[in-house]
Design a protein around this ligand. Structure first.
Ligand SMILES: Cc1cc2nc3c(=O)[nH]c(=O)nc-3n(C[C@H](O)[C@H](O)[C@H](O)COP(=O)(O)OP(=O)(O)OC[C@H]3O[C@@H](n4cnc5c(N)ncnc54)[C@H](O)[C@@H]3O)c2cc1C
Length: 445
């Protein structure tokens, strides 16, 4: 059977399964989620099992397009396309992020300044609506309103069963060149200038303080003098700050933060052994996510809980480029990451999606933080998330909603275009079978 006919068969089976079932709907899937919530979420009442919808249906080298089901992971997509010398325009760095999840959850990478977000590569999507209908949406058809509202909808308008996206040519290797700075203004200026260079394909910054900043400019290469290892022997984020030139396979570059889950794999000796000898299948963010979930459950049962003086600061903020220096200044003076880096990347998008109203064509500065921070006495819960969010919004910025957010509904509506959301929600989910964006992303209901 062809990939298209097996997809058609899965769809028909899904429609039969859903016929006559009303009530609330919530996605269940096999791969680990990359949503991060500071507090546990309420359990689903009725799961919608879309597990089978994880196939790559095919890549067409002639048109440089890919057809894949919504739950196909970027790992499986890249496995399929790289042998053809192609990769998605934007590939999120964690292997188990899915195509559908990245479209509805604002996927980013170090080449967003050139290609926009993951969703900017979307050509068409087949979406399962809450009433069980499946519609095809494109930028120009009768469901263009849904197409424009998918980014940042987090599955509250419907579920992407299949998506067609644009691909780009990729060489087998990537050469990374790191430049050190001891001044944030010079660092930012070099990052901005690099966005205009044709000989650079990826731009990313890692910084630890005002005097310790690293700009990493990377480009595709057909041939390299050596290939550096980032699975067993080197830790990627340390390697690039130590070596001015690093050479990776394209696969390793795209998923460079996956083996360490950024910097969340601890440093002690058991972990050194784990890095060296654990089966490759366990050296990935999906395994760590499941492992930390179980560990946290066990810890919560202990009378004296280790790590109680820490809380997560796992967030991404974007501000217009002219506010980048101020966001960096604020982050560095107010938040102590205890030796872990901040990550920065420039972003420019070709379009402004309905529910994530960044300005099209304007350069933004994305700042990410993916670690635990120490709580100081007298500070309220999630103090650092709250002050960074507030600063970002004051600077005319916006933040992604994959992690916890503390906003009242009127302000949330102002930032994420609540009026337009209500209209589209009324049209595609009139009976509220799926939660609202505010319920899901702020109240975690
Ligand atoms: C620690 C951490 C690091 C991250 N790093 C990156 C990164 O490097 N690059 C990046 O781009 N992003 C990153 N993200 C954000 C991530 O891309 C988003 O959270 C994304 O939505 C996750 O997609 P997923 O496939 O894991 O989906 P899930 O986490 O399972 O789901 C995310 C949301 O999307 C909905 N959803 C999932 N699949 C579909 C579908 N087919 N149709 C409609 N709705 C769907 C779910 O209901 C849910 O609301 C990171 C997040 C975390 C927590």
């Amino acid at each position: 059977m062809s990939a298209a006919s097996t997809f058609a068969a899965r769809k028909a089976q899904l429609v039969r399964r859903l016929a006559g079932r009303g009530g609330e709907m919530r996605l269940h899937k096999r791969t680990s989620s990359n949503l991060f919530r500071y507090a546990p979420r309420r359990e689903a009442r009725r799961g919608l099992d879309l597990d089978g919808f994880d196939h790559v249906l095919g890549a067409d080298p002639a048109t440089r397009t890919l057809d894949a089901e919504g739950l196909a992971t970027f790992e499986s997509i890249v496995e399929h396309t790289l042998p053809h010398g192609l990769v998605p325009l934007v590939t999120p760095e964690l292997k188990h992020i899915t195509l559908g999840g990245a479209i509805v959850g604002i996927g980013i990478e170090s080449n967003c300044y050139r290609h926009g977000f993951v969703h900017d590569a979307l050509i068409e999507a087949e979406v399962l609506l809450p009433d069980g209908r499946i519609v095809l949406c494109t930028a120009k058809n009768d469901h263009a309103d849904l197409f424009r509202a998918l980014p940042n909808s987090y599955g509250t308008l419907g579920y992407i069963l299949r998506a067609k996206v644009r691909l780009m040519a990729a060489a087998p290797h990537v050469h990374l060149h790191t430049i050190s700075f001891d001044d944030p203004v010079a660092f930012l200026e070099a990052m901005r200038a690099a966005t205009g260079r044709a000989d650079v394909d990826f731009i990313e910054g890692l910084f630890y303080g005002r005097e310790r900043l690293f700009l990493i400019l990377a480009r595709f290469e057909e041939r390299v003098p050596r290939t550096d290892d980032i699975l067993r022997h080197n830790i990627f984020y340390k390697l690039v700050t130590r070596e001015p030139d690093v050479y990776l396979t394209t696969h390793d570059y795209l998923f460079r933060y996956d083996p360490e889950w950024f910097w969340n794999l601890p440093e002690g000796w058991p972990y050194r052994l784990f890095r060296r000898y654990a089966p490759a299948g366990l050296r990935n963010s999906g395994f760590y996510k499941r492992y930390t979930g179980i560990r946290n459950q066990l810890r919560s049962a202990l009378p004296l809980r280790p790590g109680e003086d820490e809380e997560p600061l796992i967030q991404d903020w974007e501000v217009p480029w002219d506010q980048a220096a101020e966001l960096m200044r604020f982050a560095l003076s107010e938040v102590d990451l205890a030796g872990k880096p901040w990550v920065a990347t420039p972003i420019r998008t070709p379009a402004s999606p309905t529910l994530y109203p960044v300005r099209a064509g304007v350069l933004y500065f994305n700042l990410g933080c993916y670690c635990q921070v120490k709580k100081r006495p007298g500070e309220g819960d999630y103090h650092y998330t709250r002050i960074m969010d507030r600063k970002c919004f004051e600077l005319g910025g916006i933040k992604m909603l994959y992690s916890s957010t503390f906003l009242d509904e009127p302000e949330f509506d102002r930032i994420y275009n609540g009026a337009a959301y209500r209209e589209i929600k009324k049209k595609y989910d009139p009976h509220g079978a799926l939660r609202t964006l505010y319920d899901k992303c702020v109240l975690h209901r």
